[in-house]
Write a protein that binds this ligand. Structure first.
Ligand SMILES: [Zn+2]
Length: 275
């Protein structure tokens, strides 16, 4: 029986690549108008955007975990892509489609458009430090910084009975690692995804911190292979070693990959190579 098709949810590399693309496209543009076509995504879209943003210049775009942070002079627009969210810069803009919930219209007529069929994305506003916003304040270290290493992972896993894969996917442990890259990093580290986190040795934690970083960096490097679909599906990332390949062949030993559910998420691993 074929496993249910999972949506390729954007994780850290997809959000980081979005950030880099939008920074080039948006920096220095002045907002003229905000058009909201849905009152609510995962949270209500703040109505105050229509009065706050016109006249403001987008000074830059930052990222924290899977959140995009737009520096709008007097505050920050915070955007999470959710499961199916996608941000497109359109110049000139096409007519909006069914799932185009929000447009920032710039003074030259170009548009930043938020498209999100499943409406799991978030659009929020803060006049204060965005890193202190309740949505972001509890996020763990960025995996591509020195703060995320084997010592850290060993320390935070000591009292945890949860499976190591679920620990990795918890944004309080580390920012931006979701189902895809957790599967991939555990395969590369030769660690079974269902191991209780507290059973990992310091050596294994070091290996895992390294492979988490490596799978994310590989994906960022291959970013040029991402293609933007016309309307719906946002990303077509790299080929995966295990993710989405349940019952396929292990690229390391040639045996058959196993698929289980952990936290109701598809989890694929090699029972011979990972222990
Ligand atoms: Zn194998």
């Amino acid at each position: 029986m074929a496993a249910a098709q999972e949506v390729l949810v954007p994780e850290l590399p997809e959000v980081e690549l979005t950030k880099r693309r939008l920074e080039q496209e948006l920096a220095g543009r002045r907002v003229a108008e905000v058009v909201t076509r849905a009152p609510k995504l995962r949270l209500p879209i703040p109505g105050e955007l229509a009065t706050i943003l016109p006249g403001r210049i987008i000074r830059g775009v930052a990222r924290r975990g899977k959140y995009l942070l737009f520096d709008c002079e007097t505050g920050w627009l915070i955007v999470h892509l959710g499961m199916t969210g996608f941000l497109r810069f359109l110049s000139p803009p096409s007519p909006p489609g069914k799932h185009d919930h929000l447009d920032l219209v710039f003074d030259d007529g170009s548009v930043l458009r938020f498209h999100d069929p499943r409406k799991f994305g978030i659009v929020a506003w803060t006049p204060d430090d965005p890193l202190a916003h309740p949505l972001l304040a509890g996020i763990g270290p960025e995996p591509l910084t020195a703060a995320f290493d084997g010592d850290y992972l060993f320390h935070v896993s000591r009292s945890r009975r949860v499976a190591v894969k679920q620990l990795l996917m918890d944004s309080a442990t580390v920012a931006g690692v979701g189902n895809i890259y957790a599967n991939e990093a555990l395969f590369r580290a030769a660690i079974r995804p269902d191991r209780p986190a507290a059973t990992l040795t310091l050596h294994e934690c070091g290996r895992l911190a390294h492979t988490v970083r490596a799978v994310l960096e590989d994906s960022l490097r291959q970013g040029s292979t991402y293609r933007v679909a016309e309307d719906s599906v946002a990303y077509h990332p790299l080929e995966f070693a295990v993710y989405g390949r349940g019952k396929g062949d292990c690229t390391r030993c040639g045996g058959t990959l196993e698929e289980i559910r952990l936290g109701n998420r598809s989890t694929v691993f090699c029972p011979r190579c990972q222990e």
